[in-house]
Design a protein around this ligand. Structure first.
Ligand code: HEM
Length: 336
């Protein structure tokens, strides 16, 4: 069986999300880091027993072409971004994603620092979000977040590529978005009104009966019976100083179209609802797509892409314009 990255592990109290862009010429150093990542994780995690330190690395579409030759995950593409009539989901830069999960903050932060050190001069960290568990797995809107995630075998089927793309079995398509909440407007709603926005009860987290659940509630818009299943690992984050209170949305799927269709329904609407009502209180400020290959990928990375000159030469050779020794095939002229 192909071992996935620890995508299906349960949510932890601490998580750090790093998104980085690879600088021009930084490809070789990035490859070295990716190859060393499993060892770095072991070194840091083993020193903090009980931390359960886990790291999932994802690679964006354009970055894939810069880092690797050979086959590419069939559905990997850049995050499209969505412009609805009222709300928008921007597409923002990102070549690499590091999703660090840990029982303790120290282990996650130490590994984040190591990743940053190793990428210095080769890649730029464009976003760092430090997530934390808030009470009973609640988001900062006060609702329990993650309940309807598929479990067990269903989770594996939802999140992991199967036989449909045999080179990439055990991998997963990841979409991340950082959302900022307007807590003043949110708190101005009564609990009953908030429950109609989410589609579940606030205190004990039960789904509202269909008769009470508005079509534009978050749960109705994203209903997995209609859309298909995804595995979410959202985390709250915030800064009291900056007045920023948010949810880091992260979803793993065997096909990015499932999450993208949910985003279309949320932002562009559907026959049932103009848009997802949660967006009146939560603004998306980032959006990026990645592929998280199976764990073994990092132990034997594909070769780097052939340098441009070699590619050009190969194509000339194939077309018979240049001979294998690099001459123009008119050596007899040279010897005259
Ligand atoms: C501000 C950002 C978000 C917040 C605070 C949030 C919060 C929640 C909460 C509280 C629930 C109900 C409990 C649960 O089953 O987890 C939920 C359900 C869900 N959310 Fe979100 N969510 C956010 C963004 C998104 C986005 C962007 C998507 C998809 C693109 C999404 C997809 C889902 C799905 C699939 C469910 C389960 C629906 C079902 O019952 O089948 N969420 N979310």
């Amino acid at each position: 069986m192909v071992e996935p990255q620890p995508i299906l592990d349960p949510l932890t109290p601490a998580a750090i999300f790093l998104v980085a862009t690879i600088d021009e010429g930084g490809e070789a150093v990035t490859r070295e880091l990716l190859a060393d990542l499993p060892g770095l994780r072991r070194s840091v995690g083993f020193r903090v027993p009980g931390s359960g330190l886990a790291c999932i690395a994802g690679i964006g579409s354009e970055a894939w072409d810069r880092l690797f030759s050979g086959p590419k995950p069939a559905q990997l593409h850049e995050f499209p971004g969505y412009q609805g009539e009222k709300h928008q989901a921007p597409a923002t830069p990102g070549d690499l994603l590091f999703h660090l999960k840990s029982e303790t903050q120290d282990a996650a932060f130490e590994l984040a620092m190591k990743i940053g050190e190793r990428l210095a001069g080769a890649a730029t960290i464009v976003d760092q979000t430090v997530g934390f568990r808030y009470f009973e797995q609640r988001d900062l809107l006060g609702f329990v977040d993650g309940t309807e995630n598929p479990e067990g075998q269903l989770a594996a089927i939802a999140a992991l590529v199967g036989d449909e793309d045999p080179e990439f079995t055990g991998g997963s398509y990841v979409i991340v978005q950082k959302y900022l909440h307007d807590l003043d407007s949110w708190k101005a709603l009564s609990t009953t009104e908030q429950e109609k926005v989410i589609g579940r009860t606030k205190l004990d987290d039960f789904e509202l009966p269909d008769a009470d659940k508005p079509a534009n509630s978050h749960v109705a818009v994203n209903d997995q019976d209609t859309n298909g299943n995804i595995v979410r690992a959202n985390m709250p984050f915030g800064s009291v100083k900056d007045g920023e209170f948010g949810t880091y949305y992260i979803a793993y799927a065997d096909d990015p179209a499932i999450t993208e269709n949910m985003l279309i329904r949320m932002f562009l609407g559907s026959a049932d609802a103009a848009y997802d009502r949660i967006l009146d209180f939560s603004t998306a400020v980032t959006g990026t797509s990645f592929f998280a290959p199976a764990a073994g990928f990092f132990d034997a990375l594909p070769d780097p892409p052939a340098p441009a000159a070699a590619v050009a030469r190969e194509s000339l050779e194939t077309n018979g314009v240049v001979s294998g020794d690099g001459s123009l095939g008119i050596g007899s002229l040279r010897n005259r």
